[in-house]
Design a protein around this ligand. Structure first.
Ligand SMILES: N[C@@H](CCC(=O)N[C@@H](CS)C(=O)NCC(=O)O)C(=O)O
Length: 219
């Protein structure tokens, strides 16, 4: 049996896992999950019950999206995501930690507030915008966060910036972040993101999932 990935198309964590897996050249069997009805096999492998979950062919379970990225890039890193043109892997990890920690915290509260009238999300939007301003500053002097080509940090962070935008696209697009808008637009319309956002019907236990590999990128 090959590697199995439990994934959910619209989950930003699953998105970044899929991007790293696809670029790495590793093939996995993708099983699209319905979050309200998670497969028993996924829960048995990872009781914390979040996507993505990667079950490697040697039985190793990788159930944190960033670890899925690192695992994939250890198998293959043809586009040198781990070796950015500027600074180093450690600097990328620090920026990703800021994204996954404080920025994601503020993003959740901002998004939540847009759904419930009596919660004021503006405060969290402002807090989140401070991180976006920091990214804008980096992108003013380089095309991607760590140099002239995209690397790990770009793909690890991008799904969350996209999610922040989706909460209120009109507001986001009106902000004076020309470089951030360009960066997000390029990554979202690029071949990798387009390929990993292909639609799959939910997996059923008796079925074989979808063969997910770099071949989809080259089509
Ligand atoms: N730290 C985890 C977070 C993953 C996560 O929270 N995924 C969400 C979907 S975006 C999830 O599966 N939530 C469980 C649920 O909604 O039932 C990771 O990086 O993989």
């Amino acid at each position: 049996m090959g590697h199995i990935l439990y994934s959910f198309r619209r989950c930003p964590y699953a998105m970044r896992g899929r991007m790293a897996l696809m670029v790495s050249g590793v093939e996995v069997e993708l099983r699209e999950v319905v979050l309200r009805n998670k497969p028993e096999a996924m829960l048995a492998a990872s009781p914390k019950a979040t996507v993505p979950v990667l079950i490697c062919d040697d039985g190793t379970i990788v159930d944190e999206s960033f670890d899925v990225m690192l695992w994939a890039l250890e198998q293959g890193d043809p586009e040198k995501w781990l070796a950015p043109l500027e600074e180093d892997k450690e600097a990328m990890l620090a920026l990703i930690a800021e994204n996954d920690g404080p920025f994601k915290h503020n993003l959740d509260r901002y998004k939540y507030a847009t759904r419930y009238e009596d919660v004021d999300g503006t405060e969290y939007r402002t807090l989140g915008a401070a991180f976006l301003g920091k990214l804008e500053g980096r992108l003013a002097s380089r095309a991607y966060l760590f140099g002239a080509r995209p690397a790990l940090a770009d793909f690890a962070i991008m799904p969350f910036i996209r999610q922040f935008r989706v909460a209120d696209a009109t507001w986001f697009d009106a902000q004076d972040w020309p470089h951030l808008h360009r960066w997000l637009g390029e990554l979202m319309s690029g071949p990798l993101f387009t390929a990993i956002m292909a639609k799959y019907s939910p997996w059923a236990p008796e079925e074989t999932g979808v063969a997910f590999s770099r071949a989809a990128l080259l089509d």
